[in-house]
Design a protein around this ligand. Structure first.
Ligand code: ATP
Ligand code: MG
Length: 446
């Protein structure tokens, strides 16, 4: 993208309404604009981040055999009356009437709809297990929408649902999902610690929230420092069979980690004092086993091996895709702006032309830009160098390719790594190799 023609409105002023860094930076970097309370338009750079996160989430869901579908945002109240949640859900649900005076709602979540769809299709234990997911907008009329996309009213969520024939199978599905979540967050470049969460009337211990540690998080957290090291994750990456899945799961869950809601002072005292970590966290995911709650209340059964009907065991698994945009920034920024992890950055690099109109500079910038026009943001504006440096730091591109008249004459680019501030004097070929990886450079050289 050429910045001179981009829809990328960066702001110098700090927006008064934004209380936390990620919200301020998302507005200043031109990622989103609020259109009404808790509802945001995603501008091109913000949308690219959202899509990158969504795609990583999708790949890791697919990798454990979950199948993607897409359910609508608008649902009928009938479904929710069947489960008994229509009245129970309360004022967070946006209720709508159509012209026939039928009651509709904008889905806050999809347990009812997926259970109904499942029941229409799956009739026998032989067709189990099933794991289905979608990535779709949700609406919850939050009492206090705040912190930008972090607690919006309309937000983008991946929600997956598992259906199994037995408790043991449901536990295995839950563990596979936990592994998929850890891989997902690792690829997103963010540390999210799984913490024991409330299971309510279901009981048991199969409910975990994933929290990104950040001082502005809404939950207080208590955890064993061992969980920060995440060696158990690296060991877990190649898990294929049931036994290693079990070992992985007991490895993760043996360490104390709880939000303030679930904090247990007694168990906390058993954690060696030098390993106790307290802080705050942002909930970016939640996995939850709830047995036959919906299949039973909605009357969805399948036939078993013995010929009798039974209610499949379910779990649901959410990731706050739009919240993650804020959470990643909250965990990865400095005074100058955002520091995007490579995997989610809207652009891999900015090309900063320090002298538009200079023949050598223009030629070199065009040469760089042509190597990957979709991955690069080419700052070709007639602005001062200082403005370009500030905007590039603010927008947080992993790399900056700085092209000035002196270097351009020698075919040299100054490469800056946003995260570390490291700088390199490189030829075009070397710079592209570093920024794009060797494959792309090979193509360029050919
Ligand atoms: P919270 O306690 O933050 O309200 P929740 O328990 O209501 O979250 P879930 O129903 O488990 O959330 O939804 C799954 C995920 O969706 C959450 O882990 C969170 O990342 C995200 N999410 C929930 N509510 C919002 C919201 N209002 N805005 C943005 N993301 C949200
Ligand atoms: Mg909530």
């Amino acid at each position: 993208m050429r910045l001179s023609r981009g829809f990328l409105p960066t702001l110098k002023e700090v927006p008064a309404e934004a209380q936390i860094a990620s919200h301020r930076l998302m507005l200043r970097a031109g990622l989103v604009r609020q259109t009404s309370a808790g509802i945001y338009a995603w501008l091109p750079a913000g949308l690219r981040v959202l899509r990158n996160i969504e795609q990583i989430v999708r790949e890791e869901q697919n990798a454990i055999g979950a199948q993607e579908l897409l359910m609508p945002t608008v649902q009928s109240s009938e479904l929710w009356k069947r489960s008994g949640r229509y009245d129970a859900y309360g004022p967070e649900m946006l209720r709508i009437r159509d012209r026939q005076d039928r009651e509709l709602l904008y889905g806050p979540t999809n347990e009812e709809m997926i259970t109904d769809l499942f029941g229409q299709v799956i009739k026998s234990y032989r067709e189990l297990p099933q794991a289905l997911y979608h990535v779709q907008w949700k609406f919850r009329d939050e009492l206090r929408p705040r912190f930008g996309v972090m607690r919006g009213r309309e937000f983008f969520m991946k929600d997956a649902y598992s259906f199994d024939a037995s408790y043991e199978d449901a536990v295995a599905a839950y563990r596979r999902m936990m592994l998929a979540y850890l891989r997902t967050f690792q690829r997103l470049g963010v540390r999210a610690v799984p913490m024991k969460a409330d299971t309510g009337p279901i009981g048991g211990d199969l409910s975990h929230e994933f929290l990104v540690l950040a001082p502005t998080g809404e939950s207080g957290v208590f955890f064993d420092a061992a969980l920060e090291e995440q060696d158990w994750l690296h060991e877990a990456v190649d898990i294929a069979d049931h036994a290693s899945l079990e070992t992985f799961f007991s490895g993760v869950t043996k360490f104390y980690a709880a939000t303030d809601e679930m904090h247990d002072e007694k168990a906390w005292e058993d954690v060696p004092a030098d390993r106790r970590r307290e802080g705050r966290g942002i909930e970016v995911g939640h996995i939850f086993y709830f047995g036959t709650k919906y299949t039973e209340s909605m009357g969805i059964s399948v036939s078993g091996a013995d010929g009798n009907q039974f209610f499949p065991e379910m779990g649901s698994y959410g990731i706050g895709v739009s919240r993650l945009v804020g959470a990643i920034i909250e965990a990865s920024h400095d005074e100058a702006g955002i520091i995007w992890p490579d995997s989610v950055a809207p652009y891999r690099a900015a090309i900063l032309s320090l002298k538009p109109g200079d023949e050598a500079v223009d030629a070199l910038c065009e040469q760089l830009y042509a190597a990957a026009p979709d991955a690069f943001l080419y700052d070709d504006r007639g602005e001062r160098a200082g403005v370009k440096f500030n905007d590039a730091d603010l927008m947080g591109h992993p790399w900056q390719m700085i092209v000035g008249p002196r270097g351009a004459k020698e075919g040299k680019v100054e490469l800056k790594r946003r995260a570390t501030g490291e700088r390199f004097e490189l030829t075009v070929k070397e710079a592209l190799a570093k920024v794009l990886g060797t494959d792309a450079a090979g193509k360029d050289a050919a």
